[in-house]
Design a binder for this molecule. Structure first.
Ligand SMILES: [Cu+2]
Length: 150
């Protein structure tokens, strides 16, 4: 009886620690031959307040979260060290402002491919969670190709 209780407690603890991360609409843009970087879009919702501290992918040298702002009519892009995730709020990446960049991709991305992503989140209470998602590659046409990374 006592053991059962302990097990139940353990189970409960594990689940209480999970941040309740939900990643939706993960997709990547197909790339042109020779193109080194690719754009990924996705949305993340976290039950608990935290921040994305790292994104990695086996198909790219590195993955960066970029913010894009217009300063005096010029578009400026910079890599964010982390991406804040307010509790219960859906944070979108890839539609205009912030986006995810795959840097130095190993192969050209073609429609129908999938891009494995590992997203590490650190919560305000110092607990951590890493979620794995696959972003589906969609064709170049009709997508938001509003900027280049050179
Ligand atoms: Cu960028």
């Amino acid at each position: 009886m006592r053991r059962l209780f302990a097990l139940a407690l353990l189970f409960f603890t594990i689940h209480a620690d999970a941040g309740g991360i939900v990643v939706n609409d993960a997709s990547a843009r197909a790339t042109a031959p020779g193109q080194e970087n690719a754009t990924v879009q996705l949305s993340i919702t976290s039950k608990k307040e935290g921040r994305v501290v790292r994104i990695a992918s086996s198909i790219a040298d590195s993955v960066e979260i970029h913010s894009m702002t217009h300063v005096n009519g010029m578009m400026k892009m910079r890599a964010l060290e982390f991406l804040p995730l307010p509790a219960g709020q859906t944070v979108k990446l890839g539609s205009g402002g912030n986006h995810v960049m795959l840097i130095s991709i190993k192969n050209q991305l073609k429609a129908g491919d999938s891009v494995p992503l590992s997203i590490s989140i650190e919560f305000t209470d110092k607990s951590k969670e890493t979620v794995s998602v696959n972003a589906e590659v969609k064709s170049l046409t009709g997508s938001h190709g509003e900027h280049e990374h050179r």
